[in-house]
Design a protein around this ligand. Structure first.
Ligand SMILES: Nc1ncnc2c1ncn2[C@@H]1O[C@H](COP(=O)(O)OP(=O)(O)O)[C@@H](O)[C@H]1O
Ligand SMILES: [Mg+2]
Length: 498
């Protein structure tokens, strides 16, 4: 997407600023009352214009913004007030240098705030002014949406994919150096500015991110957080997703990135497999992953100056020819030597079993439950819901390829540019203590991969049976095919159903 500047006349800003200065506590100068093409938001005393939509996620809508000095920003609007989770996002945005300000607006009456993926009832809105990241969402660089399914665009060269991968590792290392675990790494949450091999990659959406306290290697609150398809096996429990393990660590971010490399960028197995080790202790470090990627990049036939610069950024400049002086013993910089590359994921902290987990299940507004005969144990078991999601979401690209006919049959009903994005599973613990579900969850529960395959198969069957139901709800929650009673059970165990 080309980013069009807003170029709002100074007089408009002056009017907005005047409004904010005269009406104490005013946060929004709505276009309905100001008669201009833009609304303005008062963020920490400064008027920011709220322009066209740059994107939307599960929780927020992000708009192009401009201040009186014609500087551009991204303005994230969310349907709630400042709570702890937001504070933590803002803290993290500050750490990464993306934070410019925050404002909360109390509405006169409750409204339904909808991002297109979720709706919430709220009487507050939250505005965050963030650094504007240029480019497209990585997901849009990799896929095009065709009749409700993902299809590979096949426009990225292997060299570009490798550069994207290396830059993703480098930027994630920077986050980890600040002790930030991102927890929701996926192509929807990454910006990619791609001009040939001149590529910039940035992470967005720190909504689920946490700062790892000193002396910890696993985030101490066990929460299921992340997007199912990219979630590491130590985050959720295959056999019983409600009994979350929630062992988020730097290694779980590595797993998410490995999933992108394997599933989305389709990089070779020898690069991805070590990042996808089931046991986080055995998973490769980012440095190791990057070395593998660089070794591969070096062998590409189409290296230009940009690609070479990437190689140099990982390996350092080529050593100059040795001179007698250079041969004298090298001084090792002890600080550099002990940096990041120490094993990142030796797990020593044991988490207590989670007993307060809320999983958000994405059911589209207006979606009608169609009672279809429950299918075996899976349909009966409420907990399978969280589990179902990863597999099914993962199935999306594969299914698009494997069964184009089926994909066609599905109406573009769900349209909204991204029909099947993995939904973040929110992990704020609710007050409700879930009843430990007794039913055997997924019949095939066993190895991570087996479960995924079984569920992908299930999803395909379901799509064939009921193409009209092809939407997020069904896709991410095959149990919706089960009777309403099952949903009631979800609520009982603390699963919030939208
Ligand atoms: N800083 C930014 N600059 C430009 N676009 C952004 C920025 N942050 C978010 N976006 C766009 O808005 C979308 C949703 O933002 P995100 O933070 O992921 O929201 P959510 O928490 O709701 O998932 C992103 O996928 C992206 O398209
Ligand atoms: Mg997002």
């Amino acid at each position: 997407m080309t980013m069009n500047k807003l170029n709002i006349p100074q007089a408009h800003f002056a009017a907005a600023q005047h409004y904010f200065n005269t009406i104490p506590g005013a946060v929004k100068y709505s276009k309905k009352i100001n008669g201009m093409p833009y609304s303005f938001v008062n963020v920490e005393g400064q008027a920011y214009a709220s322009g066209y939509r740059l994107g939307a996620g599960a929780f927020g809508i992000v708009r192009m913004s401009e201040n009186a000095a014609h500087e551009n920003f991204a303005l994230k609007v969310e349907g709630h007030g400042i709570n702890d989770l937001d504070r933590s996002e803002s803290d993290i945005l500050k750490l990464v240098g993306y934070h410019y300000g925050l404002a909360e607006r109390q509405l006169e009456k409750s409204i339904t705030f909808s991002t297109g993926l979720h709706s919430v009832e709220t009487d507050k809105k939250l505005y965050k002014v963030m650094k504007l990241l240029e480019g497209n969402d990585l997901i849009d660089e990799i896929y095009k949406i065709n009749e409700g399914s993902y299809e590979y665009k096949n426009t990225l060269t292997q060299t570009q994919s490798l550069i994207i991968a290396i830059k993703s590792c480098q930027n994630l290392m920077k986050l980890h150096d600040m002790r930030i675990i991102h927890r929701d790494i996926k192509p929807e949450n990454m910006k990619a500015k791609i001009v040939g091999n001149d590529i910039t990659i940035s992470y967005m959406d720190f909504g689920l991110s946490v700062i790892l306290p000193p002396d910890h290697i696993i985030y101490p609150k066990n929460e299921i957080a992340g997007s199912p398809m990219y979630m590491a096996p130590e985050i959720y429990n295959e056999a019983n997703p409600m009994a979350s393990k929630g062992e988020a660590s730097f290694a779980s971010d590595v797993y998410a990135l490995g999933t992108i490399f394997q599933e989305d960028l389709q990089l070779p197995k020898h690069v991805c497999d070590p990042m996808l080790k089931h046991n986080p202790r055995e998973r490769i470090s980012l440095k190791g992953a990057m070395d593998n990627l660089v070794a591969l990049l070096e062998r590409q036939p189409d290296l230009d100056s940009h690609a070479r610069a990437v190689i140099t950024s990982v390996k350092g400049p080529r050593p100059l020819p040795m001179t007698p002086v250079a041969r004298s013993p090298q001084v090792v910089n002890p600080q550099a030597a002990h940096k990041v590359h120490a094993p990142q994921h030796v797990l020593s902290v044991k988490n207590t079993p989670a007993n307060r987990v809320r999983v958000m299940v994405d059911i589209q507004p207006g979606f009608k439950l169609k009672p279809i005969a429950p299918q075996g144990a899976v349909a009966k078991a409420a907990p399978a819901v969280a589990k179902a999601a990863p597999a099914v979401a993962k199935a999306a690209p594969a299914v698009a390829k494997a069964a184009p006919a089926v994909a066609k049959a599905a109406p573009a009903a769900n349209n909204a540019a991204r029909p099947l994005p993995p939904t973040p599973v929110e992990a704020k613990a609710p007050a409700v203590a879930p009843v430990a579900p007794k039913a055997a969850p997924v019949a095939v529960a066993g190895k991570h991969e087996e479960v995924k395959r079984a569920l992908i198969h299930r999803f395909e069957q379901q799509k064939a049976n009921a193409p009209a139901l092809l939407n997020r709800a069904v896709v991410e929650n095959p149990n919706l095919a089960a009777p309403v009673a099952v949903l009631k059970n979800f609520q009982k165990v603390g699963v919030k159903v939208f």
